[in-house]
Design a protein around this ligand. Sequence first.
Ligand code: JB2
Length: 359
Amino acid sequence: MEFIRVPQLNANEDEVQVVEVAVSEGQKVKKGDLLCTLESTKATQDLEAPVAGYVRRLAVEPGEQIAVGELICALTKRPDEPVETMQERRPRASSKGEVRTTRRAEALIEEYDVDIDKINHSGIITERDVLQLLGISRDDLRAPTDRPGGPSATIDEGRKDGIVVYGAGGHARVVIDMIREGRRDLHLVGLIDDADDGPQQVQGVPVVGDANRLHELRERGVTMAALGIGAVTHNALRAELFERLVRLGFELPNIVHPDATVESSVRMGQGNQIFAGAVVSSHVRLGDNSIINSNSVVSHDCTIGDHVHVTPGALLAGGVSVGARTVVGMGATVYLGVEIGSDVVVPNGTDVHDDLRDR
Ligand code: JB2
């Protein structure tokens, strides 16, 4: 199942306008089919289906202002697959049973204290249905100051499963997928990127601001963060950003790809990321914030410090120790019991037989 959320079209705009909705509830779509067209003050974007599926929980309608990160719809593989989204509003009870409402219709019902039994609708109550009953047009509506949406709507207050990813480059792409695959219990709130010219969204996850936004996100109930910056040989930057997230009070969960092997006797701190195909063998000890990248092997009884990066295809034999912030290069082989110090960069493809001192 894929949840389609509103991307950020402009860095400084937290809302977009829904210009057109090209699908209806339950409709079957192919990958690449148009779902809807969104517009900010500077850009228009056609949002296409990233995968084939059935449109479910369609939550937008033309003319609606909607906050970045809010749900547009879900795409399910089967037409009757259960869809659970915590963003969903509870259906309202009418005299004819329960009835769903769009976000905007719901706001109007509340604001104008509308009796929903009097609303004519065809399955889901939309804003247009409510306006028709009220006998007014959108232009007649009261000032939208207290309406849902805007920056506050991008975060679900009080949710304990929200996670923000710091970074919006290559490493963040992998972390997003790992969270989607390996931590389905978590809800991706958005990305933080400090670059002025960075992307507005990555794989459907909106960039919600730079590091200045982190404090606010934490205050508003986002409890978890993941570091989405790999930074290749700059583990000091990863260490610094990790410490910043911890100081702000975020919990950094360990994220393990479902296709990694991590033995039950492994012990690790927090914020570690273990990629697809990696093997972390018996009695390994991992500190905090280390990356064990694709197809690397950390054999039994190894000790890996904080902020370490064991890069793709690296092979650590049994009992190896690796100091803080060290990078073990791609395809490097480290022999039994070798001790590698802190801040070392082990070159790609090398054989390491002897201990390496702190750099
Ligand atoms: O100095 C910085 C800085 N430099 C880059 N401070 C802060 N706060 N952020 C910085 N960034 C951010 O890191 C950029 O704004 C961007 O969001 C991200 C860099 O993206 P890039 O794709 O260049 O690198 P990456 O770290 O995501 O991934 C590299 O490292 C991985 C381990 C890539 O080369 C991957 O191929 C590699 N697998």
